[in-house]
Write a protein that binds this ligand. Structure first.
Ligand code: ASP
Length: 329
């Protein structure tokens, strides 16, 4: 079969799958799958699992399962959803990578702007700069000295090109004028295990993954990446990287919910309604706030605003990435 015919046939199949999918009987008994484009046990996985629990009730108690389609900095999972049947049963939770992948990848197998229906945003999450427990530094000043003394020997974990930790790591290396060896993982869940074990030195990661490790003194924490300190008790004494002397350093991670393009409008509405119920759920808010995240309470919970926000983030990050001269194939 010619490639063109194959893609036409696949398109027709997807359209047939979407046809007949209507909100009155959605979701029915058929489970909903939320694809997480990173490994289990990391921060994107954490938010997706908490969200699945909070959206279950407003969707009539349907089972919502998480599928960790990890790899290539989050692009494999995003592509899986871009190509899935647009019937509301396959969704994607993704982060700032939706805005950095278009600038980072020479060839992305999907288009962030046109291959998804935007269902609303979930949260904003600071990152923390953390280190292995054996690092001979207990604050940012000592860390800077250690970095200066160990140029060429430092390694920095991340979740692959296009991940949040990758972006933060790029900005950090640039700010401290020190190139580090990056060690990519399928998510910062597994990277955290190696950081705690001491086989990698440093990592930037969302507070939703680092708060409990900082509290348990399993890793050293040096700073937060937001432009304001984070109020969560374990994090409140950490300086921002700007306070620590890295001028203009600011990264805030955000997560959103997506469906494949072509999902019937009434099903999108039902999913957005369920998301908005989840965003007001006191249990969901408490869990997220305890981990330093801020649940979306503004207009970005609306699909059109979500789409506008992602477009503004693409416009913000693409020139920064291009100026850094980093690309992935
Ligand atoms: N925190 C990861 C990142 O750097 C993703 C994850 O494992 O959730 O993008």
């Amino acid at each position: 079969m010619s490639p063109l015919f194959k893609s036409l046939a696949a398109g027709a199949l997807l359209a047939t799958a979407a046809l007949g999918a209507h909100a009155e009987d959605f979701p029915g008994n058929k489970p909903i799958t939320i694809v997480v484009p990173f490994a289990a046990g990391g921060p994107t996985d954490r938010v997706a699992r908490d969200l699945a629990e909070a959206m279950r009730k407003p969707l009539g108690g349907v089972s919502i399962v998480v599928d960790n389609a990890a790899g290539a900095g989050g692009s494999i999972g995003a592509n899986k959803v871009a190509k899935a049947a647009p019937d509301g049963h396959t969704l994607l939770v993704h982060h700032i990578g939706m805005a950095t992948m278009p600038g980072l990848y020479r060839k992305l197998p999907f288009r962030v702007e046109t291959d998804f229906d935007y269902l609303g945003m979930i949260n904003d999450v600071p990152m923390t700069l953390i280190g292995k427990p054996a690092l001979p530094a207990s604050n940012f000043k000592e860390l800077s000295t250690w970095i200066g003394q160990n140029k060429g020997k430092i390694n920095l974990a991340n979740a692959g090109v296009g991940s949040a930790s990758h972006l933060c790591g790029l900005l950090f290396q640039d700010a401290v004028k020190t190139e580090m060896t990056t060690v990519p993982y399928k998510g910062t869940g597994p990277a955290m295990t190696d950081l705690i074990g001491g086989s990698v030195d440093l990592m930037c990661d969302q507070t939703t993954n680092t708060t409990s490790q900082i509290e348990g003194k399993k890793v050293k924490a040096f700073a937060v990446t937001t432009n304001k300190r984070v109020a969560t008790p374990v994090l409140k004494d950490l300086p921002t990287l700007q306070e620590a002397g890295l001028k203009n350093f600011e990264v805030t991670i955000w997560h959103g919910l997506y469906a494949p393009k072509g999902t019937p409008a009434d099903i999108q509405k039902k999913l957005n309604d369920a998301l908005k119920v989840a965003l007001k759920d006191p249990d969901f808010i408490k869990k997220q706030e305890g981990l330093g995240a801020v649940v979306i309470s503004d207009k970005r919970a609306e699909p059109a605003e979500h789409k506008k926000f992602v477009a503004s983030e693409i416009a913000k990050w693409t020139p920064i990435i291009k100026a850094a001269g980093v690309y992935a194939d």
